[in-house]
Design a protein around this ligand. Structure first.
Ligand code: BMA
Length: 353
């Protein structure tokens, strides 16, 4: 078994065994969706949300669009990771010490991620600031929240922190975007000594065939393993009926995460059941968080379904790596040669030297 590193033991995390006869690498919780669209009185939809271990229970930051369909983020708590109490009022950020208060001006906030680093829970989200960019804040208790400077200039979405410093710096993957629904998307890597000044930008990878041909972007906090950073990412197909959001996996180099060691050619999960196929935006599965148990390799994935509700799905580190290796990104043939030219910094391209 590949070993999960740096995460707490979670013997009681939400879990169901893989159904007998099921041959795909990720399976749904049988009581999905875990969070309905109306879990708080004013919500139109609750999706693309992030949960973490908090003490001997769980906490999270939830994207709730209200019935004016305005996007904002809300704190919540759970004993079991399945039943959630979400605060009916949105998170209010205080300016972090040393940070100019003007950044707490609120336009809109969505698609939060939460990442514990060293002594606190960092929150990153898509933050309206003359267009979307990456907001950064932190909390110790999910009651008082502090906002720091935006990480980047507009336009960017999906800022996802690594759970520890890399090469002495904080590290983030993100997906630069445009002002609208963005007909492109590649994954980039950046570092910062202080979570305020970001640089050392690197290209990680871009779109490829089929399900990931329109855009790709980071999903949950990358999972550290003894084989590399296991990154679950979303991929988008532009079908004749609109975008379809699925997710797949890649393995990034542990010290230089912009180097892609391996990548799957097939998606591991996509819209298949009613609450994923139908909703405010049909055909969307959008992962934003995982819980893991290093002893068993279990992974629970929280994902937004059809931009309406939140689902839970299960897998293991070996299921994901096994499927990625069974259906690997092409490394021979014409298609592989094209990718080799496109993604010049990746280990599997070196086979073309
Ligand atoms: C993306 C983001 C997500 C959303 C997805 C599908 O660009 O805006 O919040 O889930 O589109 O609508």
């Amino acid at each position: 078994m590949a070993k999960i590193i740096g995460r707490p033991a979670l013997p009681n995390m939400p879990w169901q065994d893989k159904p007998a006869g099921y041959d795909k690498p990720v399976w749904r919780y049988t009581n999905n969706p875990v969070i309905p669209r109306d879990a708080i009185p004013t919500s139109n939809s609750i999706f693309n949300s992030a949960v973490v271990v908090f003490g001997d229970a769980y906490a999270g930051v939830f994207r709730c669009d209200n019935r004016g369909v305005e996007m904002d983020i809300f704190a919540g708590f759970s004993q079991d990771g399945i039943h959630w109490e979400i605060d009916p009022d949105p998170i209010v950020f205080e300016p972090a010490p040393g940070c100019d208060p003007c950044v707490t001006r609120k336009e809109y906030r969505y698609d939060p991620r939460v990442c514990f680093i060293e002594d606190r829970y960092y929150i990153t989200w898509c933050n309206g600031f003359h267009g979307p960019t990456i907001g950064v804040g932190y909390t110790f208790d999910f009651k008082t929240f502090y906002q720091m400077e935006n990480a980047f200039l507009p336009y960017n979405r999906n800022g996802v922190l690594f759970p520890r410093k890399i090469g002495g710096n904080f590290a983030m993957v993100s997906r630069p975007s445009d002002t609208g629904h963005t007909p492109f998307g590649d994954i980039f890597y950046s570092e910062s000594p202080d979570l305020t000044f970001w640089g050392k930008h690197r290209y990680v990878f871009g779109t490829a065939g089929g399900w990931q041909s329109k855009k790709v972007g980071p999903g949950p906090t990358p999972i550290e393993t003894d084989e590399g950073w296991l990154m679950i990412y979303h991929g988008v197909l532009n079908s004749c009926n609109g975008f379809v959001y699925r997710f797949g996996v890649a393995l990034l180099d542990i010290d230089k995460p912009w180097i892609v060691k391996e990548r799957g050619n097939f998606y591991v999960f996509g819209p298949e059941v009613d609450y994923e196929l139908t909703g405010d935006v049909p055909n969307v599965t959008f992962p934003c968080a995982t819980l893991t148990d290093p002893a068993t390799g279990r992974i629970a994935i929280y994902y937004g379904a059809a931009d309406t509700v939140t689902g839970l799905a299960f897998t293991t580190v070996d299921e994901l790596l096994g499927y990625m290796r069974k259906y690997p990104f092409p490394t021979t043939g014409e298609q592989a040669a094209q990718y080799a030219q496109k993604f010049q910094n990746q280990q599997w391209d070196w086979k073309f030297d």
